[in-house]
Ligand binder design. Sequence first.
Ligand code: ADP
Ligand code: MG
Length: 494
Amino acid sequence: MQEHWQAALTDMRSRLSQENFETWLAPIGWGGYDAGKLRLRIPNKFYAEWIRLHYLDLLTDSLRAKSGERSIDVLWEVDERLASELKRSTETPSVSVDANKKASSSTRSDPNSAGKSTPPLGLRMTPGTIPPPSQNNGPSFGPARVSEPPRELPNLNPKYHFESFVVGPSNQLAHAAAAAAASSPGARYNPLFIYGGVGLGKTHLVNAVGHRVLESNPNARILYVSAERFTNDFIAALQNHKMDEFRAHYRNNCDVLLMDDIQFLGGRDQTMEEFFHTFNALHHANKQIVVSSDVYPQQMKEMEERLISRFQWGMVADIQAPELDTRIAIVKKKAEQEHIDLPDDVAHFLAEIVQSNVRELEGTLIRLAVKADLMHRPIDLAFSREALRSNQPRRENLTTVDDIQKAVCEYFSIRISDLKSHRRHRSVAQPRMIAMYLCRQRLNTSYTELGDRFGGKDHTTVMSAVRKIESRILSHDADVLASVQAIEHRLNRS
Ligand code: ADP
Ligand code: MG
């Protein structure tokens, strides 16, 4: 197995940038393999999280293909020796390079350029084994079963509970519906259809339903499965003449079916057909079904009408991109979970610069923590700006609404309170419109959020202010042009 592991790594090396490979995969130590359990040693617990989020599927796929194993669980072991080796290699860049350690690559020698590739070192880790992400412990419908069908443990993500989910206006409805479905499975809201953009918490909520049901009924048979996994299982079952087992698994041995990313079934006619019958069997037996998708039912491409209409039988709830306060709460919660000391102003800053995707928000926080640790710096605002700048080719991405408001006020010599007031005098109305325009243009902040940030104005007010400035710029209004350019110049310098 160790050779297969090395070969899988070589595969990954060709798929990833050298930076990412050296940072995240090269430091992994081999820990052994036994009966489907692969032990990997890592310098600290952040590696497990990061690798799971970004590389684990690719790695285990490649490993399965090479070894012929059908299911591989990864057990992570934090090995402090790896951390100290890494530390040593970073402290003495390009000197005494240990030939056996690919990790001591020169990509880390300059902490200022390290950016996203900086390895996490010594972040208050607890040595010991981190529970595996348990992605692959479902049954298998492949050929030549070695052992008896494995016990069907629900393969829920241990981190995705209702308790770790931050509720705000953007996700309130989906959260409430999920909680209701979990408290009386199969009764109301069946099926529950959750839709929302990428990284907005669908998988988190779907898993939370599973956990909540298990809390009140530990014997409930929960099946969490991505539509992709369902498809693969189905194909394997067909090939290996195991349809009976497949159906028993999905229809008879299941009390709650949590099907993630259903849009994957689009255009896969046979799988859709099978899912349709699975759905009917479960629904008929009053079993709870929760489905997630990144598009609204009617917009799912090449999805059968009859399935779409089934999805609308129950409850359809959407998740929108979170607004600022929710983003702040999420990033704080994540920091707390990961034991990262995060001052309020930095939480605010991170929430401002990453607006549309919670996964990215979390990634940015982790990168920052990793970098602060490596450089022995506290996570304060100055450090955060500096650290994230090297990752951001477009510096305007690091500007915040506050920055723009401040720059506009300085330029026009007015007060922030003027900007947020409802006064209509030209001396404040024009700067206010310019500030709104700049926020929209540089940050793409939503009109609603801008309305809030400018003293509680309606989104239509913001929209028309932005349009007004746009049209003045288009008509070469010298005054407006000069102001906008001067303020941009100011912002680009800071
Ligand atoms: P999706 O399935 O919609 O693409 P995920 O459920 O995988 O998104 O969420 C991406 C990441 O963001 C996960 O780590 C999840 O825990 C986190 N996340 C998303 N929304 C929230 C929220 N409201 N509160 C806490 N964490 C969240
Ligand atoms: Mg998801």
